[in-house]
Design a protein around this ligand. Structure first.
Ligand SMILES: [Zn+2]
Length: 299
């Protein structure tokens, strides 16, 4: 990728992610805001003779099992005028036709944003990580399952929506990133949007946005949410509510912390590839917890 393009694309990604949060909070200016969260399992079935090809880096990675389940996770916001759905799938990406088909099942929503966590340990739904170069790894039945999971997660979130208030916080540590292409440009800000019940203040759910590719797969053959799953699990325990991980500006190439990569190479992180994945996920969760107080932007 030309340097200038890489730099501009990263700046654009930063602007999009920042304005996304601002727009979301502004959307809640007219009351009352309702919010709900929905989570649906989209883990592929691993069967003999029907390979699930893992995406991320290496070709010819047929899954041999599941390390941790994959999900479609949705937040629905409804201010009485407009309904928005923000959906994340544990996936390397998702082609636009799938998102268009999912939206067909959600025509009562004004906006449906679908994004992916960019797990490097999830099935190939793009068509470039099959058994060999030029051979697609896409299993159409699985892609249909993801599309159905998006619709189901949004419906669950809509059914769970209750009057809510929103609060926003950030923290920053660019040493938790490694930029593996020139020029080195970092977005080391983690952004958190938490929704609470308007009546008793209990947490409804948390959106977290960080900015790094999945972990280098290193011949792993187990399906996993990648480090994003470890971050989500840690934050769900601490906040007692569903957590949705939004991926930020990762072009360039924004990867896992160089310090942790060096520690792993020096044998300082045990547990193999998933020990490394958990170490990365825990570091991001700890960064989220180092935030200053949530600021109330809407009550
Ligand atoms: Zn990647």
């Amino acid at each position: 990728m030309p340097r200038g393009y890489a730099f501009l694309s990263r700046l654009a990604g930063f602007a999009v992610s920042f304005s996304f949060m601002a727009t979301l909070l502004h959307a809640a200016d007219s009351s009352p805001l309702k919010a709900g969260f929905g989570v649906v399992d989209i883990t592929p079935q691993i069967e003999a003779g029907k390979p699930t090809w893992l995406a991320g880096k290496e070709l010819n990675r047929a899954a041999t099992g599941v390390h941790d389940p994959l999900y479609a996770r949705a937040l629905v916001l409804d201010d009485g005028q407009r309904k928005l759905a923000l959906v994340l799938v544990d996936s390397i990406g998702l082609p636009r036709p799938s998102i268009v088909r999912a939206r067909e099942g959600l025509k009562d929503f004004h906006h449906v944003l679908v994004a992916s966590t960019h797990s490097h340990e999830s099935p190939d739904v793009i068509g470039i990580w099959g058994p060999s170069e030029g051979v697609s790894g896409v299993v159409p039945a699985y892609v249909q399952r993801v599309e159905a999971g998006i619709v189901e997660a949004v419906r669950k979130a809509a059914a769970a929506a209750v009057p809510a208030k929103a609060e926003y916080a950030t923290a920053e540590d660019e040493t938790l990133l490694g930029d593996f292409r020139l020029p080195e440009v970092y977005d080391g800000v983690i952004r958190l949007l938490r929704l609470r019940r308007a009546d008793d203040g209990q947490p409804l759910g948390l959106l977290v946005q960080w900015n790094s590719h999945g972990v280098e797969p290193d011949k792993n053959s187990l399906v996993s949410r990648d480090y994003m799953g470890s971050t989500v699990e840690a934050l769900e325990k601490r906040h007692g509510c569903p957590v949705i991980f939004f991926q930020g500006a990762i072009g360039g190439l924004m990867g896992t912390p160089k310090k942790l990569v060096a520690d792993a190479r020096a044998g300082k992180i045990s547990g193999g590839i998933f020990g490394f994945i958990d170490a990365c996920g825990a570091a991001i969760a700890d960064l989220a917890e180092s935030r200053k107080r949530f600021r109330f932007r809407y009550e």
